[in-house]
Design a protein around this ligand. Structure first.
Ligand SMILES: Cc1ncc(COP(=O)(O)O)c(C=O)c1O
Length: 461
């Protein structure tokens, strides 16, 4: 018998979806250059490309849209949004951005401050974060614990920083050359894996010792807090909000793609604990990049929806169901023999494609091959998190080898039922059972930055 944590909501509006015939899926994928990002959503049955902006809003959020104040400057909706962000983070300064990368493009160059030879060190940089580090003229170094790369062995906090390596890196590069330490919670690229408060405290201690700014890249900070509540000793009786606050207390800056734990379709957040000078620089710089600092690329109604969504994401019933859905899909795949990053993280199940297609070299993108096969099988759209996404060395142009070749099955919030997840699991198991037929891919077209979004591929003959 399946054990479900029944959703703490019922559905009152539906969006029809349909499965197009297999021969049409084959044609659609070919037309998309074997890149699921290039598929039309109408050709997708169950869309697990991302959890970013794809969730369902609550009735309270839809109601909030109606009271959006669309004033260009000083909108009432900004002050509602600011109040909620200040309450959750305890930070002094808040600026909205249109999404996570909007926040990154404003803040990261201020931290680099035009200096040569600067670095950011992160447990793992998300791809847009890495891109903005590089655009700002710096270099991105990842420093996650080794256990993260062992997909089979249980570790409660696979997103953790390797503290010994972090200190070695700082000494090696020298503290003056470190523009910031970025703690990504949860650690998206490693499987939505959480970070413990103990680890965050360790990073803070090192950052303080060397006088380095600590940034939380917290698109999924509430999911992270939930894992702490479940797994870290002493936190079982605390609320998600209390734990989230402890996370924020340990950092200086909070950047957020609010399209995730903001439970909204668009939005980003810059929050600064107390550095007024940095805030003034960001406020100035955001105007030409995102817009006036009280709207930051968002409509007043988006700010209202976010103000409500940010609170809803801290609700324990909501979060228990959210994480249960990910675990349900993970368990179904494991039962079917499909290798996954274990334990599952907060927003997706990550399938270990190095194990599924060891016959495909990293330069022919084994995880992309699995993603494409899953689409053909059942119209399910996953996304590759591996060498295709990682790209090339910015200095040498050589294809980098990702330590993991993953297919991410990303679950949108409050959107699909367990029955949809059964279709996904059956499709993945079918592809796994026919894994020897998978072939790799070569480029037909390769853009220079963030290539995975728009590249075109062709199957290797
Ligand atoms: C950890 C993390 N940081 C930053 C971003 C970028 O945010 P956005 O897609 O809203 O620009 C994402 C998006 O997925 C993310 O997961």
């Amino acid at each position: 018998m399946k054990k479900y944590v029944a959703p703490p909501f019922r559905i009152k509006m539906v969006e029809p979806i349909r499965l197009i015939p297999k021969e049409d899926r084959i044609k659609a994928l070919e037309k998309a250059g074997y890149n699921p990002f290039q598929l039309r959503s109408e050709d997708v049955y169950i869309d697990l490309l991302t959890d970013s902006g794809t969730g369902s809003m609550s009735q309270y959020q839809w109601a909030a849209l109606m009271i959006g104040d669309e004033s260009y400057a000083g909108s009432k909706s900004f002050y509602n949004f600011e109040k909620v962000v200040k309450d959750i983070t305890g930070y002094e300064y808040v600026i909205p951005a249109h999404q996570g990368r909007g926040a990154e493009q404003v803040v990261l160059p201020q931290l680099v401050d035009g200096k040569e030879g600067m670095h950011f060190i992160s447990n793992m940089h998300f791809d847009t974060t890495r891109a903005h580090v590089e655009i700002a003229g710096a270099r991105a170094i990842d420093c996650v614990i080794e256990e993260c790369f062992d997909t089979e062995t249980y570790h409660p906090f696979k997103g953790n920083f390797d503290l010994i390596k972090l200190e070695e890196l700082i000494k090696d590069k020298t503290a003056e050359k470190i523009a910031g330490i970025i703690m990504t919670i949860t650690n998206n690229s490693a499987g939505g894996q959480p970070v413990s408060l103990e680890n965050l405290r360790g990073v803070k201690k090192i950052a303080d010792a060397y006088g380095i700014t600590l940034v939380i890249d917290g698109a999924r900070y509430a999911e992270n807090a939930f894992f702490i509540k479940e797994r870290e000793e002493g936190y079982q009786d605390k609320t998600i909000k209390e734990i989230a606050k402890e996370q924020f207390d340990l950092a200086d800056i909070f950047l957020m793609s609010a399209k995730k734990d903001g439970l909204s379709n668009i939005g980003g957040i810059i929050a600064i604990k107390k550095d007024e000078e940095l805030f003034t620089k960001c406020r100035t710089y955001i105007v030409p990049m995102e817009g006036f600092p009280t709207y930051g690329g968002l409509a007043g109604r988006d700010l209202e929806a976010l103000a409500v969504g940010l609170e809803e994401a801290l609700d324990v019933d909501y979060m228990t169901h959210r994480i249960d859905q990910i675990r349900y899909l993970g368990d179904r795949l494991r039962e079917g023999g499909v290798p996954i990053q274990y334990p599952v993280g907060g927003h997706a199940v990550f399938v270990d494609c190095k194990k599924i297609a060891p016959h495909i070299p990293f330069g022919q993108f084994p995880a992309q091959a699995v993603c494409n096969a899953v689409y053909i099988e059942a119209g399910v759209r996953p996304v590759e998190i591996g060498s295709f996404l990682l790209g090339r060395d910015p200095d040498t142009g050589e294809q980098l080898e990702s330590p993991m070749e993953l297919m991410r099955l990303t679950i949108p919030r409050r959107t699909y039922t367990y029955a949809h997840l059964d279709v996904v699991a059956d499709a993945c198991i079918e592809v796994y059972n026919n894994r020897e037929k998978l072939v790799g891919f070569d480029f037909d077209f390769e853009p220079p930055v963030l290539r995975h979004f728009t590249a075109k591929l062709k199957p290797v003959k």
